[in-house]
Design a protein around this ligand. Structure first.
Ligand code: C2E
Ligand code: CA
Ligand code: CA
Length: 729
């Protein structure tokens, strides 16, 4: 630390050196003491001395007064008992400890020590001193001087503290984090080490702050800080950037598997309920992750990558984490464009509703239709509500869209048999807005639909912020007579407390528990059983969502789910098709789907690279799972061939060809991929830009495309073994 104060103390120290008494012959001592007493009385300084065991043998009278003690009690005690080091004090300059210096018998120069003075106040002295040796060189003790620097020290360290520490939480502040990140990245570049950066933004913190007041908000931030520090421990540094934004710096971390585990634990921990000002509050957090040198090599680049990942995590409704990818950079601008286009679509009434049946799996009868928004954009085709609802939630557009969906769904349901209910999704933003109850009441009145036929699907994300206000909204809605369903159960804020209040008539088990629930060793069947039992005990109906395969249907039926919703029965249908069914009088759906669920396999159509020997081929990725992929675009690849699949962004996957047809091959990965948190897969590790730099490629963050070294190496020195087909994309 280069503060003026410490320099000036140093300056004084220079003069004070002269104050240190030189070793004196014993016979001169009384005279000498008299001189020193004069100096003391003039206020120039204080003196002290110790014996060979570092025990105090002398202290100036003024020093004793300062120490608030009678001389007798200090004399004879180890000096390190009277004075303590300042190294743990925030903002303090760094120095060796007093005991270290004493043990080493080194000179004390500007040693700052603290002690508890009279009336419980802390005081600080600057000590100078030197060891005293006898004629034979034996150590006799220290002699030294002291200056009281308390006032100045407190003021200067406070400034230092404020410039580095966040006053509220005691965590590192933005400035310190930035300095630390810059220094770490520079140092790590030289030693080729990696460093991950997590950016956090609390979900719905503003709500707590607004409804419960700023002191409650402050208290909440402190508790969040404690939870974060408890999780991160000494793996990294947690800081607060300001507001409800936190940052975590994790040196030597580039394994995206470990990082997702850590991010998951952070999300889970932050979303546990809080007790603030005697009330309960729940918030969540979104996390964006970027890793140097892969995603950025300097502070600005890495911070902006982590920011973009955070933005994307927030877009997925919060309560989740997201890794940076170069696609995110393009997505940010696409989102802005989509927002404008959505506004036009709403004005032009381009959004429609489709209805997906919720079927009783025993009788195959439809009990309810869920209204799902559909947007057919002239340019982009069908755009998923999962994509545009979060955009609409960023402003008042969600209110307009939500109102439209409610009115239309109530109106459409009037044309169905009375026994069939209609379920409408309500976003948390809509739910907590004043006037929501009136919107429902109006939709019911205008359409003439009986309230008992309207079901509102709400996700766990409404249980955030001030829970008493949320409770009041629930009571209002129950009074209206509408039914309430808890959607996506098990994915959100994982607090079962709110189920006790008995607001819900129905619990929808999230697709993530249902999909693949029959695969060996899966805990999902146990979770489904537990959810069904819990719901029954609390008098709620259960729905298994996202059932696609026959074995999944059998399982959820056997575990007692009351209703099933999924492609096994039907996708969402336009109102005309629902009406056609109604007029046929058959409100039954026949289950129809593959016999078994296939391991989470995503269909893809993307050009990627394939490395074999010294050749780099272009192939098309057809589908991808955690453990393998199907590719096309090469002919004559025998089963058993070892290849490396290049998924882009420095993701290389060592694979083996396990089956092959004329132009398509099935690959099995040596190491399984991990989930990217957004429904896709990624490799744990990536090729480091450092190793690329060693091969002569300029050091830079990884690009979206193929692994440059592979291309560069693939100078096609030998004849290619396989036939590259024209893949035309
Ligand atoms: P959700 O409420 O969980 O709706 C179920 C989603 O799962 C729907 O996606 C549905 O098409 C899909 N799905 C149903 N069965 C299966 C299956 O067997 N396999 C697979 N893979 N998917 C299945 P969709 O229509 O894309 O809607 C996505 C989300 O958008 C909805 O999730 C809901 O959160 C939101 N959303 C849709 N319509 C509205 C609306 O009117 N208002 C609000 N606030 N949100 C809506
Ligand atoms: Ca739903
Ligand atoms: Ca759902």
């Amino acid at each position: 630390m280069a503060l003026g104060f410490f320099k000036s103390v140093r300056g004084q120290a220079g003069q004070a050196q002269a104050d240190v008494p030189a070793p004196v012959p014993c016979d001169a001592r009384p005279e000498r003491t008299a001189v020193l007493c004069d100096i003391e009385e003039l206020g120039v300084g204080m003196f002290w001395a110790t014996d060979a065991d570092d025990r105090l043998t002398f202290l100036s009278q003024r020093a004793l007064e300062d120490l608030g003690q009678d001389g007798e009690s200090l004399i004879g005690k180890p000096i390190t008992q009277t004075f303590r080091d300042i190294d743990n004090e925030p903002g303090a300059p760094t120095q060796r400890s007093l005991s270290f210096k004493l043990k080493a018998r080194s000179k004390l120069e500007e040693q700052i020590v603290a002690f508890e003075g009279g009336r419980g106040t802390t005081r600080w002295w600057r000590l100078n001193g030197r060891p005293l040796l006898d004629a034979t060189g034996a150590f006799l003790g220290y002699r030294g001087s002291a200056v009281d620097i308390s006032g100045q020290y407190f003021y200067e360290t406070q400034i230092a503290r404020q410039s580095q520490v966040d006053e509220l939480t005691g965590l590192a502040n933005r400035r310190k984090l930035n300095e630390r990140l810059t220094a770490t990245l520079a140092a790590f570049r030289a030693t080729k080490r990696s460093c991950a950066l997590m950016m956090l933004d609390l979900d719905r913190f503003k709500q707590v702050n607004d409804t419960m007041g700023h002191p409650a908000g402050d208290e909440l931030l402190k508790q969040v800080a404690q939870r974060l520090t408890a999780i991160v421990k000494d793996r990294g540094e947690v800081g607060r950037l300001g507001g409800d934004e936190f940052q975590i710096l994790l040196p030597d971390m580039d394994d995206r598997g470990i990082l997702s585990d850590l991010a998951n634990r952070i999300v889970q921990s932050v979303s546990q309920p809080y007790q603030v000002s005697g009330r309960r509050a729940i918030i969540g957090t979104s996390v964006g992750i970027a890793i140097a040198p892969y995603d950025g090599i300097d502070t600005d680049e890495l911070t902006s990558a982590a920011d973009m990942a955070l933005y994307s995590a927030k877009g997925i409704n919060g309560g989740t984490f997201c890794f940076f990818t170069t696609e995110l950079r393009d997505e940010a601008s696409r989102t802005a464009v989509l927002g404008d286009r959505l506004r036009d679509a709403v004005d032009r009434d381009d959004l429609t509703l489709a209805y997906q049946p919720l079927v009783d799996p025993i009788t195959n009868e439809v009990k309810c239709f869920e209204a799902l928004l559909r947007w057919h954009d002239a340019e982009q085709g069908v755009i998923s509500p999962a994509q545009f609802i979060p955009i609409a939630e960023n402003d008042d557009l969600i209110v307009k869209i939500g109102d439209m969906a409610l009115r239309q769904a109530c109106f459409d349901a009037m044309a169905w048999p009375d026994t069939i209910k209609v379920a409408v999704n309500v976003s948390a933003k809509q739910f907590v807005r004043a006037g929501f109850r009136n919107t429902i009441a109006a939709a019911l009145e205008v359409s003439g639909l009986s309230p008992s036929r309207l079901e509102l699907e709400i996700t766990e994300s409404v249980f955030v912020g001030d829970l008493e206000t949320v409770d009041a909204i629930f009571r209002d809605l129950k009074k209206l007579g509408v039914r309430l369903a808890l959607d996506d159960f098990g994915t959100g804020y994982s607090s079962l407390g709110y189920l006790k209040h008995g607001h819900f008539d129905k619990l929808k088990i999230d697709q993530s528990f249902v999909r693949g629930c029959t695969e060996n060793g899966d805990t999902n069947p146990a979770i489904i059983t537990a959810i069904v039992a819990l719901a029954k005990a609390l008098g709620m109906e259960t729905v298994a969502e996202g059932v696609e395969a026959m074995d999944e249907l059998d399982l959820v039926k056997q575990r007692g789910a009351d209703l099933v919703q999924g492609y096994i029965y039907s996708q969402a249908l336009p109102q005309e098709e629902v009406l056609a069914q109604v007029s046929n009088g058959a409100m039954k759906f026949t289950p129809n789907g593959p016999p078994r669920h296939r391991s989470d396999r995503i269909s893809i159509f993307r050009k990627v690279g394939l490395i074999h020997e010294d050749h780099y081929y272009q192939v098309i990725l057809r589908n991808l799972s955690k453990s393998g992929a199907r590719i096309s675009g090469l002919a004559g690849v025998p089963v058993g061939t070892d290849v490396v699949l290049d998924l882009g962004h420095g993701q290389l996957v060592v694979s083996k060809v396990v089956n092959a047809s004329e132009s398509s091959q099935g690959l099995q990965f040596e190491t399984t991929l991990i989930s990217d948190g957004g429904g896709g897969f990624m490799t744990r590790n990536r090729i480091s830009p450092y190793s690329l730099a060693e091969a002569g490629i300029p050091l830079a963050a990884l690009g979206a495309g193929a692994f440059p070294l592979a291309k560069w190496r693939a100078a096609n020195k030998t004849a290619p073994r396989f036939l590259q087909l024209d893949i035309g994309i």
